[in-house]
Design a protein around this ligand. Structure first.
Ligand SMILES: Cc1cc2nc3c(=O)[nH]c(=O)nc-3n(C[C@H](O)[C@H](O)[C@H](O)COP(=O)(O)O)c2cc1C
Length: 192
């Protein structure tokens, strides 16, 4: 069993993308190999990074960091669902990443990008640079160019058959990497 956390990045009022995350959560729950949690950064509501010490020491002074650290530490795999803002990742996601260090290490992340014709690819390219500093294994999970017609006025995402097929491949890849990378983490190493 792998703990899969789906992290939704956009937090603004009227955001469109939360329906995409909710649909991915529904799809992921079809796989008995995953225990799934959707983590909405809007609900998490982290302030701008305010820890006095570098997160690599794991000496957290703020309760919100301890709580966020426990969520990420429990995960075996992630899906980041992110829009592209000004050709980059939303500040909310960078902030949430910067808060922690070891909790991200040696874990896979599938990137789901959405936006205009670029489908969030520039946000994802930035994320690859940042997640590599955090020793994560990142890959493109799903790219949604102009998905807005697929989102109902109530905010529900209506997938195409191709979306469903791409999601399946993403879950298979996450399962493969999630199991493999688990063996690299300290609790699995005799030298740790
Ligand atoms: C501040 C801001 C910057 C944006 N920059 C881009 C961009 O660089 N590329 C793009 O494809 N779409 C861009 N968009 C359009 C977003 O793709 C679109 O608004 C999308 O719905 C944002 O996701 P959200 O509704 O979940 O916040 C931008 C939107 C905002 C609000």
């Amino acid at each position: 069993m792998l703990q899969l956390k789906i992290i939704h990045a956009s937090t603004r009022e009227g955001r469109k993308g939360i329906g995409i995350s909710k649909w991915i959560e529904q799809e992921a729950k079809k796989y008995p190999e995953f225990e799934v949690e959707l983590v909405d950064l809007k609900e998490l509501n982290l302030p701008f990074f305010d820890e006095p010490e570098h997160p690599r020491f794991g000496r957290y002074h703020r309760q919100h960091t301890k709580d966020w650290g426990a969520v990420v530490d429990a995960a075996d795999a992630f899906i980041f669902v992110t829009p592209e803002y000004n050709h980059g990742m939303p500040a909310t996601l960078k902030n949430a990443l910067d808060y922690l260090s070891n909790e991200w290490h040696h874990k896979p992340v599938a990137m789901v990008g959405y936006g205009g014709i670029s489908a969030g690819t520039r946000a994802i390219q930035q994320l690859k640079q940042v997640t590599s500093a955090l020793k994560m294994t990142a890959f493109d999970g799903m790219l949604l160019a102009m998905p807005f017609q697929q989102i109902s006025p109530e905010g529900n995402f209506g997938p195409t058959a191709e979306n469903v097929a791409v999601a399946k491949t993403m879950f298979q890849e996450l399962q493969r990497l999630g199991q493999g990378l688990k063996t690299l983490r300290p609790e699995a190493l005799s030298m740790a």
